[in-house]
Design a protein around this ligand. Sequence first.
Ligand SMILES: Cc1ncc(C[n+]2csc(CCOP(=O)(O)OP(=O)(O)O)c2C)c(N)n1
Ligand SMILES: [Mg+2]
Length: 365
Amino acid sequence: MQANFLRPPQAEFPVVRLVGVDGARLAHAETEPDRETMLDLFRWMVFGRIFDQRMISLQRQGRIGTIGTIRGQEASAAGLALAMRRSDWLIGSYRELLAYIAHGVSIETVISLYRGGVPGPFPADVGAMPIQIVIGTQIPHAAGAALGAKLRGSDDVAVGCCGDGATSEGDFHEGLNFASVHKVPAVFFVQNNGWAISVPRARQTASETIAQKAWAYGMPGVVVDGNDAVAVYAVVKEAVERARAGDGPALIEAVTYRVGPHTTSDDPRRYRSDEEVAQHEQDDPIARLRRLLEREGIYEEGMQERLEEEARSEMSAAIERAEAAPDVTPDQMFDLTWAAPTESVQKDRAQTISDLQELGEVGKE
Ligand SMILES: Cc1ncc(C[n+]2csc(CCOP(=O)(O)OP(=O)(O)O)c2C)c(N)n1
Ligand SMILES: [Mg+2]
């Protein structure tokens, strides 16, 4: 007898796409955004493009630290954030800054983070955990936050985000497994942007899709066109609502493309061709949604330019506020981490402060 080795068929993972690159509707979904939400998606995506440009120039001027870019990934970020409830937990990384802002964290808080600050707590009614640069951690954190919500009897959902590269981390698999075994209200959102710094998707995993990894853990998985804001919104909404209803976690792979460099410290020309980038630039998520709005008579003349102008002034005001805020002192990193600092944390805090005082870095308390 021959063992019957099974492979998940590719056909089981069609890409969910509701709007074509030309802006034509291809399909409808029950959870798709209404007119107003489509306009909101467009507004946030336009904001995201301006945010990206301004953050890169701030870094170039030495006013903030290294920053990740989001150009090309605006539909994934906006679709994700708008499909969540404000109190749902968003647990992301440097690639989800637009999602954090659209979810309710202020622009100024995000800028402060990149000025080396330890921002005060996020608004109390916004479910958001601090941005974590250690890749893959978001997945077990989301599994834990979802378990916490379940134990507290809250109906909040935890959304853990990561990139294609992070799916090679043990954390990714442990988090998915734990979430599924405990049937917690979590959604795992992978932005597959083709690259993990200089490592292409093909070198990351031998499986045909990232979404199919969900099968091994006994949860549903779906691939969505990550440049189709309407589809991302619909798919995330469905996953979040089924998790909220007690149906357990799901894995979403949003296929998009990182048009810019990994961060302001990266030179992508060393590992990918200009032709590859130019090809992906033809499917700009903002242009795609704009074409849909135009076709459906929702777009008004000059709307994009007006939104760009609004985004520029919102950014300028937020930068001004962030730069006017008092400098962060090192003790804050201890104060904001624990609700009640342990004895060893208090010891570390005192030691750090006295070391810094000796170096003349901080004044006497
Ligand atoms: C645990 C860990 N290992 C390595 C790094 C260095 N690092 C930062 S980003 C990155 C690539 C992540 O790629 P991906 O998960 O695809 O996310 P993307 O940056 O493409 O959004 C790596 C290796 C890190 N931050 N954390
Ligand atoms: Mg990636």
